[in-house]
Design a protein around this ligand. Structure first.
Ligand SMILES: [Zn+2]
Length: 363
C-alpha cells in the first residue's frame, strides 16, 4: 500500500470578537510618507523606538502589528512607484476597512504571542480578548487579522496551518445545477432552496430604507438608521456564509466526484433582472468553497464549460431540444424518446454525465 504524505493546509477561521481598542499607527506613518515623499520600511522601523517615546498611544499598540502595518504600507508604496497602484490611501476611521495583522511567535522564555483558551484569545498588548465561539479552532496559529466592520463589530481571522486528513474514498458522483429559482438542484433530484435569509429580512430592509429617506442626510438620526441598516446587511452576509459552508461541506463529504458548471457570473450579472438573485445566491463563493474543500478532503471537483447546453439536452437519449432555451420552460417532453423532464433536474443529470465523460478522457 502506498503511504500517504500528510498534507498541510492553511485555513482562515473568522470569529466575532468583543470590543477592543482601534489602531492608529497606519495613519501616522502614512501621513509622514506624504511629507517625506517616501520612506522605506527600514527607515520607518528605525523610527519606531523614538516615536514610541513621543506618542503614548504607540505603546498601546503591539510592536509586531506596527511592523506588519509598515510592511503593508511599504508594499503599497512599491506598487505605486511601479505604476501598479494608486497613491496609498489613508486608513481613516470612517473607512470601512479598519484592520491590523499580527504574527504568532514563541518568546525565548517559552511564552507565546498568541494563545487560545476556550472562548478567549491572548493577543500582544491587548491581552485576553473574548470571542463568540461559533466553530472549533484547530491547527497551528500562523497569524491573526483583526478587523472592525462597518457597524463597529470586531472580527478576528485566525490563520492556522492544519494537517487535514483526506476522507475515505467512495464511488459516488453528483452533478449540480446552480439555479435561480432554487439555489441548486442535484442529479439525485435533490432541491436546495435559497437560504431564506434575504426574504426574511426583506421587509425589515424596506422599512429601514423608507425611514432613512425621511431623515435629513448627515443628521444624527440619519446615521442611526443607516447603522441599523448596515447591521441587518451584515447579519444576512453572516447567515449566508454559514449556509454556503454547511452545504459545501455536506456535498464534499458525501461524494467523491462533484461536477458543476463553471460560471460566468459577471456576464450574467449584466442582465440586471437576474443580477439580484444571482448575487443573493452567491454562487461563485460556493464554487470556491467546494474547490478548496475538495482539495482538503481528497475529492475531485470537475467544472463543465459554460457553453455546454446542459438544459437543452435530453438526459435519456441525448436529443438537443432548442425550445428549452427559453428560461420559462420548467417541464418538457423529449420529442424523440418522450421522456418528461424537470428542467433543472435534467440539467444536473447532463452535468453529471458530461463530467464523468471528461473524467474518463482525462485519465
Ligand atoms: Zn430523449
Amino acid at each position: 500500500m502506498e503511504l500517504c504524505k500528510p498534507k498541510l493546509w492553511i485555513k482562515h477561521i473568522v470569529l466575532e470578537l468583543y470590543p477592543i481598542k482601534s489602531k492608529k499607527n497606519f495613519n501616522h506613518f502614512l501621513a509622514q510618507s506624504k511629507n517625506d515623499k517616501y520612506l522605506s520600511y527600514s527607515k520607518f522601523a528605525a523610527q519606531l523606538p523614538k516615536l514610541k517615546k513621543e506618542y503614548n498611544w504607540l505603546k498601546e499598540v503591539d510592536s509586531i502589528s506596527l511592523q506588519q502595518s509598515l510592511k503593508d504600507l511599504d508594499k503599497a508604496f512599491k506598487r505605486f512607484f511601479k505604476g501598479l497602484g494608486g497613491f496609498p490611501k489613508f486608513k481613516s476611521k470612517k473607512n470601512n476597512k479598519q484592520s491590523y495583522r499580527t504574527q504568532y511567535f514563541k518568546r525565548s522564555n517559552g511564552t507565546e504571542s498568541i494563545e487560545i483558551k476556550d472562548n478567549k484569545i491572548k493577543l500582544p498588548k491587548l491581552g485576553w480578548v473574548k470571542f463568540r465561539k461559533s466553530r472549533e479552532i484547530t491547527g497551528k496559529i500562523q497569524n491573526v487579522t483583526i478587523r472592525k466592520s462597518k457597524v463597529g463589530k470586531y472580527y478576528i481571522s485566525i490563520c492556522v496551518q492544519e494537517e487535514i486528513k483526506e476522507l475515505p474514498q467512495n464511488n459516488k458522483a453528483i452533478g449540480i445545477d446552480l439555479g435561480l429559482k432554487n439555489f441548486l438542484i442535484t442529479s439525485n433530484g435533490e432541491i436546495v432552496s435559497n437560504s431564506r435569509t434575504l426574504s426574511k429580512y426583506k421587509n425589515k430592509i424596506a422599512r429601514l430604507n423608507k425611514r432613512l429617506a425621511k431623515k435629513e442626510e448627515g443628521s444624527n438620526n440619519w446615521y442611526k438608521v443607516k447603522n441599523k441598516l448596515a447591521r441587518v446587511h451584515e447579519k444576512i452576509a453572516n447567515i449566508r456564509k454559514d449556509f454556503l459552508h454547511k452545504l459545501s461541506t455536506k456535498l464534499i463529504c458525501e461524494n467523491q466526484t462533484i461536477i458543476v458548471e463553471s460560471l460566468k457570473v459577471k456576464n450574467m450579472l449584466k442582465n440586471s433582472r437576474l443580477a439580484k438573485s444571482i448575487s443573493d445566491a452567491s454562487w461563485s463563493k460556493f464554487v470556491d468553497y467546494l474547490s478548496y474543500k475538495a482539495e482538503w478532503y481528497g475529492r475531485e471537483l470537475i467544472k463543465i464549460d459554460t457553453f455546454f447546453p446542459s438544459s437543452q439536452l435530453c438526459s435519456k437519449c441525448g436529443y438537443q431540444n432548442k425550445k428549452v432555451k427559453d428560461l420559462s420552460v420548467c417541464e418538457w417532453e423529449c420529442p424523440k424518446c418522450h421522456s418528461i423532464h424537470d428542467r433543472d433536474i435534467n440539467a444536473s443529470k447532463n452535468i453529471l454525465q458530461q463530467g464523468l465523460q471528461l473524467q474518463l478522457t482525462s485519465r
